[in-house]
Design a protein around this ligand. Structure first.
Ligand code: 5AD
Length: 353
């Protein structure tokens, strides 16, 4: 697919987009099957050294900070294991202190132990050194998620403080190191960001393809109250997606929630067509806009859901954006969920052969 083909997909009318979703689902079913795999998502800590302009747990946000106790982590892991989720994700704000690295190493080993090696472990713990990635891999984690957030360097600069802690090239380097350490590599972007043109989103897909990712998580941008990006937004009143002009976008108008949602479904479907054998998550942010958001994403070509397994008392503190849903109703997908399986990325397996 060329840049123009993908752009057409993003700008399709309602009827065309229904066809697109059907095509993406058919290709997914043919390539990797119709199963939906679960990863229980545990939000380990909201302590973060980064200060991203869009994020509700950015370091300069005045909010209560927490780190789960070992017992809380193991209880959640046991819950995921006993509920037959197959896998869990350990996610956290970014921290690379020695205490943190040691603690995660210990927890990964412990989760493996209490589940007799049966629970798959994905990490989503930000940019770390190669040595750290390697240590956690050797401890038993086998997948790693690190969103590039946007592949557009200029946009990246607008969304992050301009300092060494928020460096696009360092993030890309981290993705290479994750692969080198042996993990299945997941990345992704936010969709419908302020200043993000349609071309920029098309390039995101081509970037992910070029990076040859094994897994993808991408979701709509959601305004997060109290962040710098939340204050300066003007929401576009365009009636149709194609009416959003680059000039509007460049002067700070953002896509309505409805468009951000629709664009995310289309991005998922387009990525499925570009990379039929990867795992694509139906992300939590979709459900912040629409109660059926994650289910719709599955029906647009995604195949992974990450139900939240964080202890109730901290859920309110891991507040990445407004209206973040606290739960997922797995009954909605009952027939397709493959309990107790890792559901590793087929692309990863194929590359290894
Ligand atoms: N809207 C949508 N997604 C967000 N994230 C952080 N802040 C927001 C927001 N305001 C996403 C980032 C990060 C993931 C854990 O949460 O993409 O990688």
């Amino acid at each position: 697919m060329t840049t123009e083909d993908i752009k057409k997909i993003l700008l399709a009318n309602r009827h065309e987009s229904q066809e697109l979703f059907a095509k993406a689902v058919a290709l997914r079913n043919k390539t990797i099957g119709d199963g939906v795999y679960l990863r229980g998502l545990l939000e380990y800590s909201n302590i973060c050294r980064k200060n991203c302009l869009y994020c509700g747990i950015r370091s300069s946000m005045d909010c209560e900070r927490y780190e789960l106790s070992d017992e809380q982590v193991i209880d959640a892991a046991r819950f995921a294991y006993e509920s037959n989720y197959g896998s869990m994700v350990l996610q956290s704000g970014e921290n690379s202190s020695k205490e943190f690295v040691d603690k995660i190493t210990k927890l990964v080993k412990e989760i493996k132990r209490i589940s007799s090696n049966k629970l798959g472990i994905t990490l989503s713990l930000g940019e770390q050194s190669y040595e750290t990635y390697r240590r956690w891999f050797d401890a038993g984690a086998h997948r790693y998620l690190l969103r590039i957030e946007t592949s557009d360097k200029q946009l990246y600069k607008k969304l992050h403080p301009n300092d060494a802690v928020h460096d696009f090239n360092a993030r890309l380097e981290a993705l290479y190191n994750i692969r080198r350490a042996g993990y299945q590599v997941g990345s992704g972007v936010m969709i419908g960001l302020p200043y993000q043109t349609m071309e920029s989103m098309v390039n995101d897909l081509l970037f992910l393809q070029e990076l040859d990712i094994d897994m993808c998580g991408m979701g709509p941008y959601i305004v997060s109250s109290g962040t710098p990006l939340a204050t300066q937004l003007k929401i576009s009143d365009a009636k149709e997606l194609h009416e959003m002009s680059n000039r509007d976008v460049e002067s700070g108008y953002i896509y309505s929630e409805k468009f951000r949602l629709e664009l995310t479904y289309r991005m998922i479907a387009a990525l499925r067509l570009l990379m039929p054998d990867i795992n694509i998550a139906a992300t939590t942010a979709l459900q912040a806009i629409d109660p059926m958001g994650r289910v719709n994403a599955i029906e647009a070509g995604a195949n992974v859901i990450m139900p939240n397994i964080s202890p109730n008392e901290v859920r309110e503190n891991y507040f990445l954006y407004d209206n973040k849903p606290l739960d997922f109703d797995s009954h909605l997908l009952e027939g397709n969920i493959r309990y107790g399986e890792w559901g590793d990325s087929l692309r990863f397996k194929n590359r290894r052969q």
